[in-house]
Every structure is written in structure tokens, then in C-alpha cells.
Design a protein around this ligand. Sequence first.
Ligand SMILES: [Zn+2]
Length: 269
Amino acid sequence: MAVVSLTEGTKGGGPVSSFFRSTIIATPLMTMLTMDRNNGSNNVNPGEHYRHFSESSLLDTSTEGAELVPMWPWFLFLAGAMCCLVFSSVSHLLACHSNHLSRFFWRLDYAGISIMIVCSYYAPVYYSFYCHPLSSLLYLTSITILGVLAIITLLTPALSSPHFRVFRVSLFLGMGFTGLIPAVHAAALFLDHPQVLVALGYEILMGILYAIGVWFYVSRVPERWKPGFFDLAGHSHQIFHVFVVGGALTHSAAIMVILHWRQGMPTCF
Ligand SMILES: [Zn+2]
């Protein structure tokens, strides 16, 4: 009941505010918990359960049929983002243990980011091509294969040598271009759907944030200007992570927009 009362009166706001609202107080998981609690009491009529579900699902689900759209791609993205943050925290905490473990943990750090990137693809592709299952299957299979290869490459010491540098760069470029193709396809299919174009705008912003982060990672700025001065704070690797988190938040906003759009037309004709 608390969830319902909190969500009432909070309609409106942009996708970013929707992100915080929906993830903190109105996730379907919380809805299920609320429903379970209500099941335990005797003074709630069956219609209340549906009302709770429709009012406290992700975003403003007063749209008819919103509950027909599966939520697993959104949860997959959240799981990937959490995996990335946990791997990163563990790696940064324990990498100073020894030389041997240090190499493993830095590989794990980058593998976590790859996992998040792969998990990021599912929601926008799934919701955009909800009524084009063949395209959806093709794009999701491609990114999954490339992602698994990237993660295996990152975690395999033999493939971390300079000899495989071209292979590694090709793999990551492949992951990037795999995202461009469905984005252009979706824009061509839904040119007259402003929500899809807004979501694509957020995805472009995400790409820019990731690119800036990678630039810091490759250029080793600012520590190359003053070696030793940024060892504790302001190191390029830290800036790189900040941009990765920024990219993930922007991607969340894009998923919010595309999911809300799909919830408005959950059936294919
Ligand atoms: Zn790191």
C-alpha cells in the first residue's frame, strides 16, 4: 500500500526522473511484494491487486495493455550494470593484493564493462523490434556471440598479448558497429514515432560518453602530464569509469522512453 501511495501524484517528469522514481519506489518486483502482502490479509478485494499492478509498474503504466510487454530485457540490463559495478569494485579493492592477482582483476574490471555493454543491447533491440522477431533474433544473436568472444578474450591471459591486439580491437569495433545497424534500422522503421527518435538521441549521447571515456583510457590524460600526481584521485582510469556510469544512466533513460512507447502499443498487427 505504501508503494501505491508513493507513486500516486508522481506522474510526469522526464525519463531521468522516471528512472529514479521507477527503480526506487515502483519496480514490478516491489509490486509483487506488495501483492504478496495483500494476499496475506483478508480485507482486500481481488480488484485491488490489478489496481496495484497497473499503478506501480515501471513508468506510468496507466496505458492499457502495458503489462503485456515483458520486462526481462530491462532487468537484464540492470543485472549487467550491477555486475559491472560489482566486478569493478572488487577489482579495484583487491588488485593491489599481488602482481599475479592484479593482472586477473584488471581483466575482470574490463570484462564487467563488456558484460554491461552486451546486456545493454537487449532492451532497446527487443522493444524496438518487438513485432519483427527475425530482425530481433539476428541482432541479439550477433551481439551475444561478439560479447561472449570479447569476454573470453579479456579473461584469457594468452589473448591479452600484443600479438592479438588487432583481434581485440576488431572485436570491440564489431561490438560497436553491431549497435549501429539496429539503430539505423529502427530509425528507418519508426521515422514517424518521435519517442523512438528521442531514445536514439539518448543512445547517441551514450555513445559520445563512452567515446570520451575510452579517449581518457587510451590517452592516459591527465597523469601523463604530471606523473605520480593523480595516483590517488583524478587518474584517467577513474575518469573512464565515471563516463561508463554516465553512459549507463543515459542508456537507462533511452530504455525508459522506448519501453513506455512499446507499452503504448503492446500488440502486433
Ligand atoms: Zn577499473
